[in-house]
Design a protein around this ligand. Structure first.
Ligand SMILES: *Cc1c(COP(=O)(O)O)cnc(C)c1O
Length: 478
């Protein structure tokens, strides 16, 4: 399997197709585009039937094998998947709960950090290990987080010999549970940096480190954010798993996906592209509704970020949306580049009627503000006895706007105990953390507080990346 950039043009030269290992380590393509498969692998109805009885790790290896073909074989994938999903709390890994006659909740929050990001990142940590060991290389992961990504990335990278991980978070601006999920991890290769600034400042610092090519090469910087194709690939699996349990391939299903950067719902699109009978993908947004507005009008227009009760969906532009644009324009990277340039200079672009129509064949957009989300939490609790988090609630509010004649699967993207204040506000009930995290609020923490100053942050990363004597980094970030 080869991958191409969404900004690739046949005549323009640019980077040629690359393999899965290069895609994994590079994250972003050198021309600024995102990697996508050069061709979609196909699962026909017979092949899907043969997957119906598999447990989650076995299914993961089977679904991912075509995407890693030529680099990692299915047996190796299976060992990784078993190891990755052994850390999940539920025997079904991704249990389906029935909420109503035709409505289901797919619980994706039984991983180590209680959000769906564990599905991809637990796998990614092991993929990195495998590829780096084979190459005899090291990687320095650098990322910024407003909450969920950082803890999932740290949980995935902790203790891995060939990796060190630096996560920047805005000091005092993440929730206590989110902060402690990061700072209570005391492994020597984990470095939490609390920046005196906002999440945007953190992101700008990370971007600046990647843009310093000498620094990037010297430290062998790697990215773990949601534009990494391997994350998308790992997320395809639970769409297949859920659909098979509800009668696919004989029966179609529809999904509702609480959406921020369009990574999760794009994985649903990828599942459909390889043959899963998905009738519709509902894109649930909060007040930061650029995707819902696009799906209504064909215009993609920035409008700033408004903080909400579902912070992981508070985005101005959705980074993975570029992958859909590439598909809508028949794989024409020149058009994608033009539109993305226009977004940069004018803050907006629009697609043609035919492209909008083809997007609307698959996707529908929805918007739920905080009031609607709180209402969905309260109603779900009253009607079913289940507590849901505010991200999942945006999806439930979207589901209430739909009329589907096929099973509707709502993705539950975070554990309610990750956002206890909103849940308590809506229901009067305080959701409890799972047993293994019950003492989270008493665990010792370690983080380094730094000013919003690029040279100070770079200096810290350089001196703690463990490129010299490995022991020198031990306890270094205290
Ligand atoms: C990251 C996240 C989302 C958004 O997912 P995208 O892939 O960015 O669209 C939704 N809900 C929760 C709880 C998240 O952590």
């Amino acid at each position: 399997m080869r991958y191409i950039s969404t900004r690739h043009t046949k005549e323009g030269g640019g980077p040629g197709p690359v393999g899965f290992d290069d895609v994994l380590l590079a994250g972003l393509a050198r021309d600024g585009g995102l990697y996508v498969p050069a061709r979609w692998p196909a699962l026909n109805a017979r092949a899907l039937d043969a997957l119906a009885a598999l447990d989650y790790p076995t299914l993961a290896a089977r679904v991912l094998a075509p995407f890693t073909a030529g680099v990692i074989d299915e047996r190796t994938l299976l060992a990784m998947a078993k190891d990755a999903y052994a850390s999940f709390d539920h025997p079904a890994t991704a249990p389906l709960i029935q909420l109503g006659p035709n409505r289901w909740l797919l619980e994706l929050f039984h991983g180590p950090t209680l959000a769906f990001k564990d599905f991809a990142l637990q796998f990614l940590g092991r993929l990195f290990d495998h590829v780096l060991a084979k190459r005899g290389a090291r990687l320095t992961i650098v990322g910024a987080t407003s909450g969920d990504t950082g803890s999932a990335a740290i949980a995935a990278c902790r203790g891995r010999a060939n990796l060190s991980v630096f996560i920047l978070h805005p000091h005092g601006r993440v929730s206590e549970v989110q902060r402690r999920q990061m700072t209570s991890v005391l492994d020597d290769n984990v470095h939490n940096i609390a920046i005196d600034g906002s999440f945007d400042d953190c992101q700008a610092l990370v971007k600046a480190m990647f843009n310093d090519l000498a620094f990037r090469d010297q430290l062998s910087l790697g990215a773990i954010n949601s534009i990494n194709w391997a994350r998308v690939a790992a997320q395809i699996v639970y769409y297949v798993y859920a659909a098979l349990r509800l009668g696919a391939p004989a029966r179609h299903v529809a999904f509702v996906v609480p959406t921020g950067n369009f990574g999760n719902v794009y994985a649903g699109y990828a599942a459909r592209q390889i043959g899963l009978p998905i009738k519709r993908l509902h894109v649930a947004t909060n007040v930061n509704d650029i995707l819902a507005r696009f799906l209504a009008s064909g215009a993609y227009q920035r409008a700033g970020v408004t903080p909400s009760l579902s912070p992981s969906m508070d985005i101005e532009v959705a980074s993975n949306f570029e992958r859909l644009l590439f598909e809508l324009h028949g794989g024409d990277g020149a058009v994608v580049r033009k539109l993305m340039d226009q977004l940069g200079t004018e803050g907006r672009f629009a697609v043609g009627a035919a492209e909008l129509e083809s997007a609307r064949q698959v996707f529908r957009g929805h918007r739920a503000d905080d009031t609607a989300a709180l209402d969905a939490i309260a109603r779900t609790y009253k009607e079913t006895g289940h507590l849901i988090d505010p991200h999942t609630a945006a999806g439930i509010a979207a589901a209430d706007e739909t009329e589907e004649d096929v099973p509707l699967i709502c993705l539950a993207t975070a554990h309610p105990a990750k956002f206890p204040d909103a849940v308590e506000r809506a229901t009067g009930v305080t959701p409890k953390l799972p047993e293994r995290l019950a003492d989270l609020l008493e665990r010792p923490e370690r983080a380094t507080r730094l000013p919003n100053d690029l040279s100070r942050v770079k200096e810290f990363v350089r001196s703690h990346a463990g490129l010299g004597d490995a022991r020198r980094t031990a306890g270094g970030a205290r």
